[in-house]
Design a protein around this ligand. Structure first.
Ligand code: MN
Length: 300
């Protein structure tokens, strides 16, 4: 029996989110380790990092953890999320933290497929967006179990996001399981017309106060003896009141965020030049320690 564990939207970072009291980077690394330990293959469905340039200390810790389990015979696979890339450009990967993490490793599922042979062949097929259309790598083995890995919203037009897929994109095409990152919420499995299940067990981390009461799960797929099964497995985590600050923080963040967005908007109008957050803050002579703090709040 082959066990596949799925890590959705890790959002790894070197600093604590403003709303967290505990050591957030260590807390999410512990969750990754839990999945690695209990599965043969671990798949990351994108947004491994919160920003495309994440502190090297965290990148190194994650790298060490993954390499440790890889040396124990575990397989690691991942696709890019919007947070991992610069402007959602797949070619930017070499300039990002995900590029650093995967350099010289065979972890990225890009423009290729992975086949596990044996009595129950499996293909793991990456989904990417080309001109905002979902494109899934071609299957090469008709009789295999097909698992698609993507980073996209599913049937969620109100988010008005370009990385978005529908039942028509995925159903009746011979895919058994479609794993989707991007949406941090938990959804029950969706069975598609024409076969296949869309699985979204939600982000394994809670980095913002809005997520404080969300239960944490990871998806586990079990394959063997010519059949497969899947379930959402609860992830051990501390109670919300131990790791989150009081609720008022959320209102504060929203207020500061709105103010910042307004300021940036005004700066752009005056100079008709596109300011980044950092540039805007420098223009305002904002001390460096606040630049990084506000940058983090806006990233959330
Ligand atoms: Mn995400």
């Amino acid at each position: 029996m082959l066990k596949i564990g799925v890590v959705n939207d890790l959002h790894g970072r070197v600093n604590n989110p403003i709303s967290r009291l505990d050591n957030f980077p260590e807390s999410i690394l512990a969750k990754v380790e839990y999945v690695l330990k209990n599965n043969d293959i671990t798949i990351f469905t994108g947004d491994i990092f919160n920003t495309y340039l994440t502190g090297i200390l965290f990148v190194n810790k994650l790298l060490s953890l993954l390499v440790k389990y890889e040396c124990m015979g575990k397989t690691i696979l991942m696709i890019e999320g919007n947070h991992d890339l610069i402007g959602r450009d797949y070619d930017s990967i070499t300039d990002t933290s995900l590029g650093t993490l995967t350099m010289g490793r065979n972890w990225l599922l890009t423009k290729r497929y992975i086949t596990f042979t044996g009595d129950t062949p499996i293909e793991i097929l990456p989904m990417r967006f080309i001109e905002d259309k979902p494109v899934i790598a071609k299957s090469k083995q008709a009789d295999s179990y097909k698992i698609v890995v993507g980073h996209a919203y599913f049937e969620h037009p109100e988010y008005n996001d370009k990385w978005h897929v529908t039942s028509e994109d995925l159903g009746g095409k011979g895919y058994d399981i479609i794993l989707l990152g991007h949406d941090h919420q938990y959804y029950e499995p969706v069975e598609l017309k024409g076969g296949g299940f869309v699985l979204r067990s939600g982000s394994i981390s809670r980095s913002t106060i809005d997520e404080r009461d969300r239960e944490l799960y990871y998806t586990q797929i079990l394959i063997g003896d010519n059949e497969y099964d899947f379930k959402y497995v609860p992830l051990p985590h501390k109670p919300a009141n131990e790791v989150f600050k009081v609720e008022d923080v959320s209102k504060e963040i929203t207020r500061h965020k709105k103010n910042m967005e307004k300021i940036i908007e005004l700066l752009q109008v005056e100079d008709s030049k596109l300011y980044s957050i950092d540039e805007a803050l420098k223009e305002l002579k904002c001390p460096q320690k606040y630049v990084s703090l506000i940058g983090e709040v806006l990233d959330d």
